[in-house]
Write a protein that binds this ligand. Structure first.
Ligand SMILES: Nc1nc2c(ncn2[C@@H]2O[C@H](COP(=O)(O)OP(=O)(O)OP(=O)(O)O)[C@@H](O)[C@H]2O)c(=O)[nH]1
Ligand SMILES: [Mg+2]
Length: 518
């Protein structure tokens, strides 16, 4: 009975599984409730990790966000319950043999300007192939003049499509390559084709659900799923109404079944938002701690699969990082300490990848994650220069950055990195300022580190000075603690030394006051 199925799907559930292979969906070390991996076993410091109080500790020890908790921050159980309680049907589980349908809009405001239908289909295929137990059975590009209509396609094309889908053996799902299908379209298609129908939003959510590890990612995914649950609710109620049930009042409560379900969904949304807010507060605290330690922050961003994680791994030697040939491998913002040529320690922030036309509700849910970019000292934009869509991908990344209202100083100092040059024959960049690298083969990293250092020195207002110190005073140890000592030339006869140091204006002021009476 429809009513029961619907109500049951909203009750806390037992174990769920995204049925993925061990390589991608490793066995759960901590949680027994989900089939997807839950913790990152590495030297990684999740942004919510309270691990930045000591610089030396930071660069040599491992922390995960679970290490320290404070009372107000949602605990694992609370998050896991919210994450598992209400999962939209078809998300985060099962295996599918998928038929991809790409509506090609050649006219009007929805026309794709930056790309071609073939490349959009290739990206859709990439999304499906990212999921271990999903395979693409067939694909079709069909033109349409009416993408806003319920059936998207005109009558003739819709009929043709329906026949093709029904004739193709073994299909279990159709992926309509649009941002978001209306509840009505979804229902119409499922009825016509007799299989599950996904749009970009639900496929990306599926990938996110399987890749989520930290509390924040899990909560953000749960939040991003709310619109999907709302659409499904509408469809379920429309079905019930046809049977005369959905708008009937229940048990003297003064509410219809639909209203009750809507209220429950709203309550769920509020709970998730509140838990996220508590995590966010903690993140602000960490951010100010980081600022206090004066460790420069370098955010590494770029299109999904461009090599961000590989690059940070190469720059920091953090063996815990796991680059994967998969879209949205990284969902959690993590921080990794690395050294620049002058021995200055910087924190590299690994971020979630971008995707063209990532449905905007998803961006909303993840904008808190991207918020950290705004608080960096420097941005590094990594591009997969071997990708056929590399120019469009760059435009897409810059567009998202613009919408995130990244300060102008960060955009103008951003370093552009052209990665994967090993895949091209004698690559020469058309863009003068770009740094050419192969993160995988560790080529070009010294040039990149030098470029990062130059920009950091500029953007943080740090200066490189030569200071003469008296070795019988604590001057040298003070400088080691408060600044970055690059070079020490000792003059043993005089008991003094010339120290080359990178120092902030504030620390230099304190130094002068303490040791030079200034
Ligand atoms: N040939 C080649 N492959 C690379 C290079 N850098 C990264 N890759 C490969 O590209 C794939 C994606 O790398 P990741 O580092 O996971 O990419 P990412 O940008 O972090 O991806 P998401 O976290 O999914 O957004 C992996 O298979 C890497 O081995 C490179 O310089 N050359
Ligand atoms: Mg990554």
């Amino acid at each position: 009975m429809k009513t029961l199925r619907f109500l049951h799907s909203r009750l806390p559930l037992g174990p769920r599984s995204c049925h993925r292979s061990a390589a991608v969906c490793r066995p759960l070390p901590t949680s027994r409730r989900s089939g997807c991996p839950s913790t990152l076993q590495s030297r990684t410091v999740a942004l919510s990790a309270p691990a930045l109080s000591n610089r030396d500790d930071f660069s040599s020890r491992s922390h995960t966000e679970e290490e320290e908790e404070d009372g107000d921050v949602p605990d694992d159980r609370e998050v896991e319950e919210l994450f598992q309680q209400q999962v939209p049907a078809g998300i985060g589980q099962g295996q599918h043999r998928v038929f991809i349908v790409h509506p090609d809009v050649k006219w009007g405001s929805r026309k794709q300007h930056l790309t071609t239908a073939e490349l959009m289909v290739a990206e859709a295929e990439g999304l499906v192939n990212t999921l271990d137990n999903w395979t693409v059975v067939d694909k079709i590009v069909l033109s349409t003049k009416t993408p806003e209509k319920k059936r998207i396609f005109g009558k003739g094309n819709f009929q043709l499509l329906t026949e093709k889908i029904r004739q193709t053996v073994g299909i279990t799902a159709v992926f309509v390559n649009v941002d978001r299908l209306s509840p009505l379209s979804e229902r119409e298609f499922e009825e016509a084709w007799g299989v599950k129908v996904f749009d970009r939003y639900s496929v990306v959510l599926h990938i996110f659900r399987c890749n989520a590890r930290t509390k924040e990612a899990k909560l953000q995914i749960s939040l991003a799923e709310i619109p999907l649950l709302r659409s499904r609710l509408k469809n379920e109620m429309a079905d019930l109404d046809q049977q005369g049930g959905g708008s009937r009042y229940i048990g003297g409560s003064g509410e219809t079944l639909y209203e009750v379900q809507q209220r429950l969904l709203k309550e769920r949304e509020n709970k998730i938002r509140s838990a996220l807010e508590r995590l966010r507060k903690k993140r602000h605290l960490l951010r100010s701690q980081r600022k206090h330690r004066e460790l420069p922050i370098v955010s590494v961003l770029g299109y999904t699969n461009c090599g961000k994680t590989t690059l940070i791994k190469a720059l920091t030697g953090d063996s815990g990082l796991q680059p994967r040939n998969q879209l949205f491998a990284t969902l959690d913002v993590t921080v990794h300490a690395g050294q620049l040529p002058s021995h200055m320690t910087v924190l590299y922030v690994d971020t979630i990848g971008f995707l063209s036309q990532l449905p905007h509700q998803l961006i909303d849910s993840f904008s808190a994650t991207l918020e950290d970019i705004t608080h960096s000292d420097l941005l590094v934009h990594v591009r997969d220069i071997s990708h056929p869509e590399t120019v469009n991908q760059k435009a897409n990344v810059l567009n998202v950055l613009k919408n995130l209202q990244i300060p102008h100083r960060l955009l103008s100092s951003m370093i552009e990195v052209h990665n994967k040059i090993d895949l091209l024959d004698k690559y020469e960049s058309p863009e003068p300022g770009a740094v050419l690298i192969s993160a995988l083969q560790e080529r070009g990293l010294d040039e990149l580190k030098t470029a990062v250092e130059q920009q950091i020195v500029k953007s943080t207002g740090k200066q490189i000075l030569e200071l003469s110190v008296n070795l019988s005073t604590p001057q040298l140890s003070w400088l080691y603690k408060e600044a970055t000592v690059q070079d020490v030339q000792v003059n043993a006869d005089e008991g003094s030394a010339v120290i080359k140091v990178i120092i902030s204006a504030a620390a230099h002021g304190r130094y002068k006051k303490l040791f030079q009476g200034g």
